[in-house]
Structures are given as structure tokens and as C-alpha cells.
Design a protein around this ligand. Structure first.
Ligand code: 6GU
Length: 224
């Protein structure tokens, strides 16, 4: 899988060197690159924003650098998923992560300021080899799409076969097919600061344990 982030702060993606994602990269399971939007400007100031038509506060990202940057990444590609990060987008969830985990190439367009000129999404929707997704990671406002892209990348890359050592852990975890969150988990010691692990988990009775976990998962899913 190829992942490309386009941003005015490509340094934001440095953490992708770490941990499981870093390992997936060094194993060749994912190929990540971040590119600087300002490299696709032609004026001395490398301008990427301007005032909004119709007035109002804040600045809007100009379409031309985005067009040039995205074009440079879709050349000669089959199909690409173009993810435009915006708090006004469709909310990201585990189902989206599963769908994107089968993508060949995802381009993350990380806007700043009051967002990217709306014609960028419109233009790429008219290109048959590009699937455009405007996506938010939740009902709150970030300063830009970079952190949202990092969240999506982590959720997606861990679903690629071979990235997680034990694929069974993917089946049991929260937000699985059942839409349920996970049951509470415990490890040694059996008593910690006066708090004991539920007896059933020490019983060795696998049927009872499975029943207890499923009840706890249901209870948590309802109350949260
Ligand atoms: Cl994708 N971008 C920004 N700027 N804020 C957000 C977001 C994205 N998702 C939630 N808040």
C-alpha cells in the first residue's frame, strides 16, 4: 500500500518511523511519503492561502498548489483514494478503516486555515481514477488535517495483513463486526491496591469466561 500526505508541515509525519508502522515500512508492507504543498507554488513567498470570496474571517487554501501537488501524485497510477481532511467531512470509523486497508494508494490532503477551496474536491470527483473522500475524525476542530491523517493512517495500516503479529487480536478488539466495544482485561498480580481480578477469570472455566466477557462487552457498549 502506498500512502502520501500532502501538507505545509510534512514534518508532522515523523512519528510514522516508530513502532508497528515504522516496522511495516521497513518490511515494505507500506510505502509512506509526505510532500510539501509549498513546493507546488511559483511565487517568491510560496503562498498557499488567500482571503475567502464573499468575505469572512480566516484564510482559504488556494486551489492551484493543491491541483499541482495532487496531479504529481496521481500520474500513471491506477486508482487512488484522495482523502481530504476536513471537520465538515463524513465521520471516520472502523468500517472506513477496513475499506481503506484494501486500497492501493491513499493520498491525504491535509488542509489548514478555513479549509481548501471547494473546487479541489469537485474537480477530482470528475476524474474517473480518483475516489474522493472528505473525512473528519470527530466532532471537534483541529488546526489542520495532519493529526487527523496520522489517526487514520494508524487505524488503516494496522489492518494490513502482516502488520500485526497476531491477526486474531484484530477479531476480538473493540468496534469489531458486532459494533461492540471490548470486555475489560486484567493481568497479574491478581490483587493490586486492594482491587481483585474477577474470580471467573481465575476459574479456568472457558465457557463461563466467554459468557462473562460477552456480558461485560454488552454492558460497556450500552453504557458508553
Ligand atoms: Cl479531518 N480536520 C480538522 N481541521 N479538524 C478536525 C478534523 C479534521 N476532524 C475533526 N476535527
Amino acid at each position: 500500500m502506498k500512502l502520501t500526505a500532502i501538507s505545509i508541515f510534512p514534518e508532522y509525519f515523523a512519528p510514522l518511523e516508530l513502532s508497528l508502522i515504522g516496522k511495516a515500512r521497513s518490511q515494505g508492507l507500506v510505502n509512506f511519503s509526505s510532500i510539501n504543498l509549498r513546493d507546488f507554488t511559483y511565487d517568491n513567498h510560496h503562498t498557499v492561502d488567500d482571503t475567502p470570496y464573499g468575505g469572512g474571517a480566516g484564510m482559504v487554501m488556494k486551489p492551484e498548489p493543491w491541483g499541482e501537488a495532487i496531479d504529481s501524485q496521481i500520474q500513471g497510477q491506477n486508482v487512488v483514494d484522495l482523502v481530504i481532511l476536513t471537520p465538515a467531512g463524513t465521520k471516520f470509523n472502523q468500517r472506513f478503516a477496513q475499506t481503506f486497508a484494501t486500497s492501493e494508494h491513499i493520498i491525504f490532503a491535509c488542509g489548514r486555515y478555513e479549509g481548501i477551496d471547494a473546487r479541489v474536491a469537485e474537480h477530482y470527483r470528475s476524474i474517473p481514477s480518483v475516489r474522493v473522500h472528505e473525512i473528519s475524525i470527530g466532532d471537534f476542530v483541529l488546526n489542520g488535517g495532519e493529526v487527523a491523517a496520522l489517526v487514520m493512517i494508524e487505524a488503516i495500516v494496522r489492518l494490513i495483513p502482516g502488520v500485526i503479529g497476531n491477526p486474531e487480536s484484530l477479531l476480538e478488539e473493540s468496534h469489531n463486526e458486532m459494533g461492540e466495544v471490548e470486555y475489560p482485561t486484567f493481568t497479574k498480580p491478581a490483587t493490586w491496591r486492594g482491587l481483585s481480578v474477577p474470580d471467573v477469570l481465575l476459574s479456568g472455566n472457558h465457557g463461563e469466561i466467554a459468557r462473562w466477557r460477552s456480558e461485560e462487552a454488552q454492558r460497556r457498549s450500552q453504557s458508553r
